[in-house]
Design a protein around this ligand. Sequence first.
Ligand SMILES: Nc1nc2c([nH]c(=O)n2[C@H]2C[C@H](O)[C@@H](COP(=O)(O)OP(=O)(O)OP(=O)(O)O)O2)c(=O)[nH]1
Length: 132
Amino acid sequence: MKKTIQVVGAILENQNNEILCALRSPSMSMGNLWEFPGGKVEKYEDLKEAIVREIKEELNCDIKALEIFNHNVHEYENIIVNLITVRCELINDSHPIKSEHAALIWLKRPCLCSLKWAPADIPAMEALAKEL
Ligand SMILES: Nc1nc2c([nH]c(=O)n2[C@H]2C[C@H](O)[C@@H](COP(=O)(O)OP(=O)(O)OP(=O)(O)O)O2)c(=O)[nH]1
């Protein structure tokens, strides 16, 4: 039976109404695909705690988790990903700093569909693109 993992992804928006997009590095699973930065939820934490921790670990910045944005279950060849995207805001004047990703970019909503996203992220990306 395939393993199911709970994954949180952050929807972060800057003052120019651009959304943060992160490119998974070639060495990661789902390498060279774009995602909302985040990661696996640990057993002891809730979704908001998980996204705050993951963003601190991956992007070395402080965020506040606001609300659940979208939820999608995607079955990959080897694993089932239960992806919950969470609308978040940057706090404490902090800015994302690239460490494990291959690239970070801020994109306007209409441009989001120009990237090659991890399949689990496509519903959230499309919902974002339709906003405003
Ligand atoms: N972080 C993240 N992972 C995603 C997204 N979409 C998607 O299919 N995934 C997949 C890729 C991975 O198989 C899995 C999350 O793994 P990860 O490597 O980012 O999680 P993690 O930081 O907790 O990893 P680790 O510490 O255990 O190495 O979910 C997404 O938007 N964000």
